[in-house]
Design a protein around this ligand. Structure first.
Ligand code: NAD
Length: 392
């Protein structure tokens, strides 16, 4: 079975879906791997490294799609709304496609993908179970984003992070406040702590408290409780506007006292809640920095603009999108390991094993035979139930 790796086409995207180190595992399992020439070079993996591992290099993108039975990408059409559409005519019925597909994004786009007949698997839909942990690409990318957010903030802030006692006096440590202590938030806390900042964090899920504290962060407790703060998969849930208004009110002071605010509060399939208003930004000290990791999903800060760095009220607000692509070597390595674990589970004896009893297959399978077949996605878009749902 041939796995094809096209070059990522989203503007500025530097990651690649498979890196050379995972290739021997795939070959051992009976796969052949082909790569579009230059697909790994922006991530630090030139073609020669793939060749050494037994990968066949194919010059043309169309030829990768034509020859591969399974196409693996980072940003497939769906999550690549700028250039991804050009791949649609290259896909064919029965071919498998695995990658980020933004399954709760646009139903029209999903239908276009379905109509190619491709059997697509969305890594965003990976169940959060112990067995699927090694395949959890969202967590891998969130880890990278949390780390990078702190570095971006550190180089932007006109202060240093650690406390220093020098002959020229004492420097107080930077104060970093993280809103949303999921995977990205926790990595941001750990990274900021290593650089010497004083870190506090808040999340509406009470379970986050212990995790924040175990990383040396202070957990900010607010005198409000979210209703069913966490869903069955461990994700934060959407709250009503009253709750958000109260959150903003209670967060105002700590935001004002912070040098850096990193926001990561998102809810799957929903616009991110605004937790930092313009008035709150205005109360921050000049030179402070906000990194809004939710910018792509509407933003946690009222003033952030997706993909842009702006200054408002003397505060630098960075609406980072696709930050994982700025650490392409390790982001690709983690993603490639996630995909390899997924592929080894999906394919047995040279055949796609669409096992109806395997929740990893069931929950990630998005389109098949011209239809959106994923039950959760169909429900989200209020599509009628399929008579025979999911994989068989
Ligand atoms: P996420 O990226 O969906 O959201 C980031 C954080 O924002 C979450 O912690 C969420 O509670 C928080 N948030 C949302 N709305 C908020 C609001 N109004 N105010 C404050 N905070 C708000 O989350 P994630 O990174 O995917 O992680 C969510 C949880 O799932 C974490 O506890 C994580 O450790 C867990 N997790 C488990 C597994 C697994 O079991 N395999 C894998 C990954 C993550």
């Amino acid at each position: 079975m041939i796995i094809g790796v096209p070059k990522e086409s989203y503007p500025g995207e530097r990651r690649v879906a498979l890196v050379p180190v995972v290739v021997p595992n795939l070959l051992k399992a009976g796969f052949e791997v082909i790569l579009q020439a230059g697909a790994g070079s922006d991530a630090g993996f030139p073609d020669a490294l793939y060749l050494e591992k037994g990968v066949r290099i194919v010059p043309e993108r169309a030829a990768v799609f034509a020859q591969a039975e399974i196409v693996v990408q980072v940003l497939c059409y769906g999550s690549n709304d700028l250039t991804g559409k050009a791949d649609l005519p290259l896909m064919r019925r029965g071919q498998a496609l695995i990658g980020f597909l933004r399954p709760l994004g646009s139903v029209e786009v999903l239908q276009q993908i379905a109509q190619t007949g491709v059997t697509s698997f969305s890594v965003e839909l990976m169940p959060r179970t112990t067995r699927a942990q090694s395949m959890d690409a969202l967590s891998s990318m969130a880890t990278i984003c949390g780390y990078k957010a702190v570095l971006l903030a550190a180089v932007t802030l006109p202060k240093i992070f650690p406390m220093l006692t020098t002959a020229a006096g004492t420097i107080t440590p930077a104060r970093v406040f993280v809103i949303g202590a999921g995977v990205a938030g926790l990595q941001a806390i750990a990274t900021a702590r290593r650089l010497g900042a004083v870190v506090s964090a808040y999340d509406m899920r009470p379970a986050a408290k212990e995790q924040v504290q175990s990383l040396g962060g202070r957990f900010l407790e607010l005198p409000i409780a979210a209703k069913d703060a966490q869903d069955a998969r461990g994700y934060g849930t959407a709250q009503d506007e009253n709750f958000y208004a109260r959150q903003r009110e209670l967060l105002t002071q700590v935001v004002a006292e912070s040098d850096i605010v990193i926001t990561t509060a998102v809810v799957p399939g929903k616009k991110a809640p605004v937790l930092v208003t313009a008035a709150m930004v205005q109360k921050m000290a000049p030179g402070s920095v906000i990194i809004d990791l939710a910018a792509e999903r509407g933003g946690n800060c009222e003033l952030s603009r997706a993909g842009q760095s702006v200054v408002e009220h003397d505060v630098r607000i960075i609406g980072g999108i696709n930050l994982a692509s700025e650490v392409p070597y390790h982001a690709s390595q983690m993603y490639a390991r996630n995909l390899t674990a997924f592929l080894l589970n999906l394919v047995k004896d040279g055949k796609l094993r669409l096992d109806a009893n395997d929740e990893i297959v069931q929950e990630t399978l998005l389109t098949r035979n011209g239809e959106i077949v994923n039950a959760r996605v169909r429900e989200f878009f209020s599509l009628p139930e399929l008579v025979a749902q999911g994989a068989k």
